[in-house]
Design a protein around this ligand. Structure first.
Ligand code: MTE
Ligand code: MO
Length: 396
């Protein structure tokens, strides 16, 4: 059942009131792995045919093999009432000029500038995380530097392979600042060529995919093939055309796994799920349990148990990757700088015992580091769905 939405939550920084049923630590293991195998991500791909269904020569023609992949960086020369002066890059990278970037050149840049980070992939309008990976690649700023001094650029537009059909273009954009500068402790947009230690599979957007660490999935364009430098200040994201906020950052949000519909009386009820650390971080995850007659505005919330950082990161990360080399970790100690890591997700749980027979609705919500509980602080689904997740079950 969909929750009634939205209701405003009171600021949650006050002490958490005790719920009727206390959670207790339980030996149940956290069910989700920190790295989702590439094939197990939930897929959100447009295109007809889907680019990842292409085979053989069609794949070669699409420039989607490691040997044939090319990416252009060009200037937008369109002028209109808003844009009167066009960009002036020192150099464009074009197919026609034989200067388009290929994979060996990108990997060469990676020898000097490679970045790695864990990111939860989350769609702005799907109420469940898609997966989490260790992505590796080259910061966009290093690629744009190949084009020499860039004058009159206000935005960077980019898109992926789209069957040569303009109607199928799925595009996204960044401000020039976001493309070129990264605040200390923040994470740069980058051209990724590896996921979980392997070349990025076609279905995950390989050979090269844009990864925007702080953003919902729609900014992380798959089958990346073209970057356009523009003096247009307007976002041209495909998602913006559907009333979504193209500058929305990932929201801090908890997700609840499915529960059995009926649970025998006397058995513990395990609430399990994942929480994404969005822009404002995670203070805690809370659950509430409601009987049918309860008023959703008066739910009582209790704290859940969060997955701890792994004691041995080498058992989690791909072979040969040290946590010291991963953004979000202390390069000296290899320990995470925050937990959960920024823009990543971990598991949580709560075990409920002694529930009387009857129907229940369990809900979960995250509280961010500023003390806002979901759906606050931005209760607008078009900037990312984040109503508290709910599941019904019956104790029989
Ligand atoms: N080229 C292209 N890139 C794309 C999309 C697409 O349809 N085409 N979908 C986007 C959206 S809306 C999301 S949520 C993520 C999903 O990533 P995934 O399929 O790897 O889980 O990819 C993004 N990148
Ligand atoms: Mo999406």
């Amino acid at each position: 059942m969909a929750d009634p939405w939205p209701w405003t939550s009171p600021r949650a920084d006050a002490a958490v009131p005790a719920a009727a049923v206390k959670p207790s630590p339980d030996p149940v293991a956290f069910p989700h792995r920190l790295l989702t195998p590439a094939a197990q991500f939930r897929d959100v791909s447009r295109g007809n045919p889907r680019p990842h269904s292409l085979k053989g020569d069609a794949l070669v023609q699409a420039r989607l093999t490691p040997q044939t992949w090319r990416m252009e960086v060009v200037a937008d020369r369109a002028v209109d009432a808003v844009v009167k002066v066009t960009p002036d890059p020192g150099r464009e990278l074009t197919l026609g000029g034989g200067t388009a970037l290929d994979l060996p050149a990108l990997l060469e840049l990676g020898k000097k500038h490679e970045v790695r980070l864990l990111k939860a992939m989350q769609c702005l309008n799907i109420p469940a995380p898609l997966g989490q990976g260790l992505w590796e690649g080259v910061p966009l700023r290093e690629v744009l530097r190949l084009c020499g001094p860039l004058r009159n650029v206000r935005r960077v537009y980019y898109w992926g392979f789209h069957n040569q059909d303009p109607k199928q273009v799925f595009r996204s954009s960044l401000s020039f600042t976001q493309a070129m500068e990264t605040a200390p402790g923040e994470m740069p947009p980058f051209l990724a060529y590896r996921l979980n230690g392997e070349p990025i599979s076609l279905i995950r957007g390989g050979p090269v995919r844009m990864i925007i660490p702080w953003a919902h999935g729609f900014k992380s364009i798959k089958w990346l093939q073209r970057i356009t430098l523009t003096n247009d200040h307007r976002a041209n994201d495909t998602y913006a055309e559907q009333n979504n906020d193209p500058e929305s950052h990932l929201k801090t949000a908890a997700y609840l796994d499915d529960l059995p519909a009926k649970i025998p009386e006397g058995n513990p009820v395990h609430l399990l799920g994942q929480v994404i650390s969005g822009l404002s971080g995670v203070k805690r995850v809370e659950y509430s349990l409601a009987r049918e007659a309860d008023d959703v505005r008066e739910l009582r919330w209790s704290e859940c148990q969060l997955e701890e950082p792994p004691a041995d990161w080498t058992a989690v990360l791909p072979a040969g990757v040290s946590p010291r080399q991963v953004l979000g970790f202390n390069p000296q100690t290899g320990g995470p700088l925050s937990w959960p890591l920024r823009y990543s997700m971990i598991s949580w749980m709560a075990t409920l015992k002694g529930l009387a027979r009857g129907k229940y609705t369990a809900r979960a919500r995250a509280v961010d580091l500023n003390g806002f509980a979901q759906p606050e602080p931005r209760p607008h689904p078009t900037s990312g769905r984040n109503a508290p997740d709910a599941r019904e079950f019956e104790v029989v």
